[in-house]
Write a protein that binds this ligand. Structure first.
Ligand code: 8IG
Length: 277
C-alpha cells in the first residue's frame, strides 16, 4: 500500500476545482454566508484593510478548510474572514497566501483564488508587498498593477488550456481605484520565483522587459482568477526599491517596517475603493 496523501491537492488524480468547491461549501457553512461578492487577498502591509472595510461577521482558520495550508510566514495571518461591507456586499478576506517559493506546487498557490470563485466571488482583489523599479516610488507607495510578466516558468493552468490574458488587471477597476485616489500610479508586475530577492542584474532585466514592480506572488493567482472568470484588481505596496535601484542591501525587516508604516493609509485607501467596486 502507498503512503497516505498528505494534502488533497498533491494527488494528481484529484480535480483542484472539486477541492475548491468543497472548500467554498465549508466556508459557506462556517460563515453562514452562502455567497460572497468580492474577495481580497491581503499581502504584506495590507492586513489592516480587513479591519477597515466593514464589519467582520465570521472568522475561520484557513487551515481548517480543505486544501488550505498553514501559513509559512509570521506576519501572514492564516485566517479567512467574512465581512459585510457598508454597501451590503459580502467580502471574503483571505489572509492565508501560499507562495510558489514554498515549493508545494501551483495548485496550492491558487487554491484560495479558486475557492473564492467557487464561493460566488466575481471581483478578486489581489494585493502584495513588492519591490519598486521606478525611483520615484518611495517605500510605502501603493501602486496599481496594470499587467504582469510571469518569470516563474510555472502556470496554474493544466493541459492545453489556452486562456486570453488581455486586460487581465481590469482597466475598468483601475479607473474606479483612480477615481478614489487620482494620485495612484500603475506599473507592470514581474513575478520572480524567489524566495531570494533579485540580483541588481535581474532587476535591470525586468526593467528592460518593461517591468516596474518585482514580487513573488500575484501573477500566478491572477492567471487562475482569469481562468475562473473573475474581474481582477491588483495592487502592490512598494515596501522597498528593487535591488540595485536602492543603494543599500534589501532586508526583510526593512520590508516589514515599511509595511507597518504604510498600513493605516493603504488600509483606508483599499476600504474606500472596495465600496466603489
Ligand atoms: I515586500 O524587492 C518585497 N517582495 N521579488 N523583490 C521581490 N519580491 C519582493 C520584494 C522585492 N520586496
Amino acid at each position: 500500500m502507498s503512503a497516505p496523501i498528505q494534502h488533497p491537492l498533491d494527488d494528481p488524480q484529484v480535480d483542484p476545482f472539486e477541492i475548491a468547491s468543497q472548500a467554498a461549501a465549508e466556508i459557506a457553512e462556517r460563515t453562514g454566508v452562502a455567497s460572497h461578492d468580492i474577495a481580497l487577498t491581503l499581502g504584506s502591509g495590507w492586513g489592516k484593510a480587513a479591519d477597515l472595510i466593514g464589519a467582520t461577521t465570521a472568522t475561520v482558520q484557513a487551515s481548517e478548510i480543505i486544501g488550505f495550508s498553514t501559513p509559512a510566514l509570521a506576519g501572514h495571518v492564516g485566517t479567512l474572514r467574512s465581512i459585510e461591507l457598508p454597501n451590503g456586499k459580502r467580502a471574503l478576506v483571505i489572509g492565508a497566501r501560499t507562495h510558489f517559493y514554498e515549493g508545494h506546487g501551483v495548485r496550492r498557490v491558487v487554491h484560495s483564488v479558486r475557492t473564492a470563485a467557487a464561493a460566488g466571488v466575481k471581483t478578486m482583489i489581489l494585493t502584495n508587498g513588492a519591490g519598486g523599479i521606478r525611483e520615484t516610488w518611495k517605500p510605502g507607495t501603493p501602486v496599481l498593477i496594470s499587467d504582469h510578466i510571469n518569470l516563474t516558468g510555472a502556470s496554474p493552468l493544466e493541459g492545453a488550456t489556452f486562456i486570453d490574458l488581455t486586460d487581465l488587471y481590469s482597466s475598468r477597476l483601475r479607473e474606479i481605484a483612480r477615481s478614489v485616489d487620482p494620485s495612484l500610479d500603475e506599473g507592470v508586475y514581474c513575478q520572480f520565483r524567489g524566495p531570494q530577492y533579485e540580483t541588481p542584474a535581474e532587476v535591470q532585466m525586468a526593467k528592460s522587459f518593461g517591468g516596474h514592480i518585482v514580487g513573488m506572488s500575484t501573477a500566478l493567482e491572477a492567471i487562475a482568477a482569469r481562468q475562473a472568470g473573475m474581474e481582477i484588481l491588483g495592487m502592490s505596496l512598494i515596501t522597498n526599491l528593487a535591488a540595485g535601484i536602492q543603494k543599500t542591501p534589501l532586508s526583510h525587516a526593512e520590508v516589514l517596517e515599511a509595511g507597518k508604516n504604510a498600513e493605516a493609509v493603504i488600509g483606508d485607501l483599499l476600504a474606500r475603493i472596495v465600496v466603489e467596486l
